[in-house]
Design a protein. Sequence first.
Length: 307
Amino acid sequence: MSMIAFFGALESGLIYALMALGVLISFRILDFPDLTADGSFPLGGAVAGLAIVSGLNPWLACVLGMGAGAMAGVVTAWLNVKLGILHLLAGILVMTALYSVNLRIMGAPNLSLLGEPTVFSPFIEGGNGFWVRALVAGVVVLVAKLVLDWFFSTETGLSMRATGSNLKMAQAQGINTSWIIILGMAISNGLIALSGALFVQTQGSADISIGIGTIVIGLAAVIIGETVLSAKKMFWITLSVVIGAVLYKLFIQIALSSQTLRSIGFGPQDLNLVTALLVVIVLMLPKFRTRLLAGLGVRKSGKSLQK
């Protein structure tokens, strides 16, 4: 794998790390299986893209995209906690509706950003773009991670963790769980939309189809992170998700550039197939890890008995 390909995978992994942090909040913290991500990711890209084309500052465009994603999360949570719609169905409904919303925003299936300024433009000089974009994305991810670490140490953040761990117990403690779920879903989809806003600026266009498989990538990143760095403290949990997203993209890049895969007919057009296979492997990792640790435990106990 070339240096440019490595930094490209690193850049993509860091951008998707924001999305994975959002998935962490909904699936792990709140225990809310949310499929809105497949709609809020392109929503953030569409809003940011339109804002940039309209002449707004790229950073402000990212904030607007993030706000739009947060609103999508609020709608999903509201359908669940106020109307009693099953959370999985609520996410599907909002995701489906966002497809039309995104088309309305862009006015077409895609929106070109070629020649437009981006958040990366001020830092790019000559041919350093391949690593500068990864560096800028890394700084954004670091800030988001530290803010989340701080938030989950506050009373509201601890209430959110309690709500996801045991809803009835949290309600018994006087926590307004409906408000907490709405807030958590807003933060989750806001981060996912921010990821989409940065993604379209690296790709040079916003497209209606960029959200396909977003939730799969996010879950894979979370699971890889948990497998590599199992932890209970929030600092290490969020760090593991970032590491998981980067490793996931690196694995995809290595797989697609592998001579073995090329020799049997795999190519860039098989990205989704390779992604699906990798996710299957990732889902199996925790089981293999448990069996391995159990086997090591048996061996150690056997040695101690012999002694």
